[in-house]
Design a protein around this ligand. Sequence first.
Ligand code: FAD
Length: 380
Amino acid sequence: MIGFTPDARQLEIKEKYRDFVNRWVIPNRLKYDQLAEFPWEIVKAAYNEGIMNGPMPSKFGGNDYSILDGALASEELGAGCIGIGISIDANTLALTPLYLAANDAQQKKFFGLINDQKAVAAYALTEPNAGSDVAGIKSSAIKHGDKYLLNGHKRYITNAEASSFITVFALTNPEKGARSLTAFVVPTDSPGIEIKPRLQKMGQKASVQNELIFHDVEIPEENRLGDEGTGFLIAMKTFDRTRTGVAALSVGNARAAYEIALKWAKNRIQFGAPITANQGVSFMLADMATEIEAARLLTWNAAWAYDNGLKVASKLSAMSKLFASDVGMKVTTDAVQVMGGEGYSTEFAVEKMMRDAKLCQIYEGTNQIQRLVISKSILK
Ligand SMILES: Cc1cc2nc3c(=O)[nH]c(=O)nc-3n(C[C@H](O)[C@H](O)[C@H](O)COP(=O)(O)OP(=O)(O)OC[C@H]3O[C@@H](n4cnc5c(N)ncnc54)[C@H](O)[C@@H]3O)c2cc1C
């Protein structure tokens, strides 16, 4: 029997996030879109109300959410503001390598630090010459006694300037290349870390990104996650867990834009009738509703497959991120079109939703890279 209805517990999760979004996110989204700074007040409130780190273990302050639970939560955050949503979800991204590979002592220490201080973490994989091509990473962490010395350059690191620690991927043996890629937990106040001014960008402005330069940063051996050389696998397994979150943020953002456009269109009179009397408009709305539904179901299916340990989960999560973020871009663009000049104005936030949607086609692996993952899986 196949079921598509969230159960009572999952409906409670949706309701809890929707309520948080109505009180904290929607009233502040345009402010942060203009300020373009980290939404500390909202993240603190999210900690106070159990909104942060949902898929992390409850014994370490999380909510034990499944990936499907997390997708339900992320859709609600995305319906409020993807920029604020990703400030919250990027924390989960940074903690996921710890969830996957840290020993108990490391989990206790770093999850403890995050929860006790209501702190934020960042995930640093991308470099100026290694974006889609993760195997091109050049940052190195060379062992000297019981420490590693980290040198290198990371780019576009979400939450970096706000973070207490950063999960950094670096080579322990540059001659071996990506086969020596290793994950480390690096406290952001470690001597030798240079945090560059934040990136100026098109959308998702409530989320901040920085370049990071590492100059002989000392990392104690006990901050290494897993064995040397397991970093590539950890990074890929992390994305298998988090891509459905990006898909769900896209679905939420598309839903919000569609709902605003639908309500507006029903009341907009031109040529003596609501504009929805024209098939040119009503069919656009029909397509938007259909695409959102399809994107949501694919996202739920991918998350469900992950939660049930199915082999197809990796391919499905790539499909969900690809499809839902493309739907997000199309639906928000159509929402602006349905609303004409009002859509293009900032008043209804629909133009912001369109700007925000674009980034979901780029981060956590561009949609071309998702197609690479999918095609490799179906051609092997
Ligand atoms: C706002 C923002 C936030 C980010 N947050 C983080 C973060 O927190 N941590 C982190 O580590 N990274 C982060 N990133 C980095 C992000 O994941 C990369 O930007 C993304 O993976 C693409 O890398 P790139 O920008 O170097 O583009 P490139 O890899 O240079 O790609 C450029 C274009 O070429 C295409 N392309 C490249 N290779 C192929 C191929 N083999 N086949 C087909 N097309 C290809 C790409 O799809 C793209 O269209 C963030 C980026 C942005 C913009």
